[in-house]
Write a new protein. Sequence first.
Length: 317
Amino acid sequence: MKVTEHIKKAKGETLFSFEIIPPVKGKSIQELYDNIDPLMEFNPPFIDVTTSREEYVYIDRDGLLDKKLTRMRPGTLGICASITHKYNVDTVPHVLCGGFTKEETEYLLVDCHYLGIDNVMALRGDAMLEEKYFEPTRGGHPYASNLVQQIQELNCGNYLHEVIETDNCADFCIGVAGYPEKHMEAPSLRSDLKRLKEKVDLGADYVVTQMFFDNQRFFEFVDAARKMGITVPIIPGIKPLAIKKHLQLLPQVFRVDIPEDLVDAVENCKNNKEVRQVGVEWCIQQSKELKASGVPVLHYYSMGKSDNIKAIAREIF
């Protein structure tokens, strides 16, 4: 079932969903199951599965360093199929511009269609670790809007190199990212909203936001998006703080502001166990206010751990 169909079926009730990260190569999927199991009691209608882009590794060959491209967390599609089979829940694989050619993207989408996956999250992706700015993959898309357009074309039977008349066309529900505090590369929030509207006009069906810690930023973002003519569901993405280092890491990596009250509370913690509890309590209050405002879904960035997400969900759902 499509994400938008789940929202419609809920008839105004706020749904629970979360995002997981594939394990690194060589790790068992069981650890992933162990972190999903405690969250299934809250009946998530869908689970997002991230896709990692390639990165360089250096291999010592007789004293010389050989530079190779690799993916440390492959298996997004296999994990989606496994989760659907094990839990009977819809999955949303993330599809990236970075690291994929248009042909590779088409093959991935065809595989999703074969597996009965109805939803995809279309993202540009981040720059590689060695790049200061995002560089499009040779033969790939430079922007998420281009990726949305390719997915929508495939929904109409228009493949890259041929048009196929069939009664079995894909019909993907397309999610895209929104940024309440604007994308780090956007010159202004208004210009960022224009790019978001482009994606919606090209066929995006819903929006999931980047994490934020001040709900007012989300409410202002939604209001500005509606005034821009964006009418699709906008789902808040939330992440509880878990370690003291997040005070530096999250603003640096995601360009988000952390409210002073939360900063003070974290700085007063003696250890990361206390920080984790502060993060849970802050996220509970965020979630309660967002749910009361009528958001369609509360979407949690779990980062592969479920104990704090379970503590939050227990108070909300």
